[in-house]
Design a protein around this ligand. Sequence first.
Ligand SMILES: *Cc1c(COP(=O)(O)O)cnc(C)c1O
Length: 367
Amino acid sequence: MTNNHVTKLQIDLNAVKFNLSYFKQKLQESTKILVVVKAFGYGSDAVEITKSIQDKVDYFAVAYTDEGVALRKSGVNKPILVLHPQIANLELIIKNFLEPNIYSSSILDAFLSITDAQNLTDYPIHIKFNTGLNRLGFKADEILIITKKLNKNKSVKVASIFSHLAASEDKNERDFTLQQITSFKKTTADFEQEIGYKPMMHLCNTSGIINYPQAHFDMVRLGIGLYGFGNDANITSELKNVVSLKSIISQIHIIKKGQSVGYNRAFITDKNIKIATLPLGYADGIGRIFGKGVGFVTIKNQIANILGNVSMDIIMIDVTNIDCNEGDEVTFFDNQKTVEKLAKNSNTISYEIITSISQRIKREVLH
Ligand SMILES: *Cc1c(COP(=O)(O)O)cnc(C)c1O
């Protein structure tokens, strides 16, 4: 389906490549790199991102099976780790040669029964341990339960052992993170002893890569950093912006003192103003939280606040002091600082701003 919606999310693939090499420079030569492209490549376009860098990375990861299937369908041939495969999708995992995160006995048993039935050998799986995030993962005291099953079953092979840091971006939680690193090392060593070979070990996300070089191990998992955010103002300033959200003015109105703007008359002006109507709303990822001046756009480098309530497909902005016309370009964000500001104003993090841009918005890839 062609998408003629004038609002567009531009994706700068040169910036992606720049950011990838920025993080690669922080790694030892032998450390592998996995790039996380879950949630449509953090709201951008996972297919375009993976295709542009697949010769420069070792692994990709997605959250759900369908996301991995979409990459395979588009011709991505690198190993793809599925971080949260669902038991109902395990056959689909195998059919598409995706590699599941095995994080509990129930998913291990379900997967082994399928790999056994299909007479597979050494199908790659990834064992996840919970070292403190308390989200997904085996506990260290389950090692023997897992290895007993694996040692008498040749249908799978452990490609990696991994865990996830809970607060790698937070310097105040350094002690906690160091404890996670220590416990991950011990768990891995104990696991290897039981299983008799050495799978890859990996632990670090973007902030882990930056803050804990001693924990890069065999591979790192780069997510938000690829898209230009380092969870730290200094690092972010060294990265390049990848996604820019732009639109155009649909209509301009002059609003007289005492009149209201938008649903529920949530904004009533106390003076004569000029407003512009834009073709994007909460169904595009500009949530109602951004109404009433919480969100803003820029036109010709001047800031224009959102007036009243955000509607499903439309917002209105105050352009009283901006010389602009219908059809002029409007920028919602085109740099990381603006994304961080929008995140701060709406009480969230850059991750949520960029992943919220809905699939209705056209993606425009810049090579
Ligand atoms: C999302 C995710 C990552 C990437 O995290 P960033 O902070 O975006 O770098 C790494 N590992 C796991 C398990 C994840 O879920």
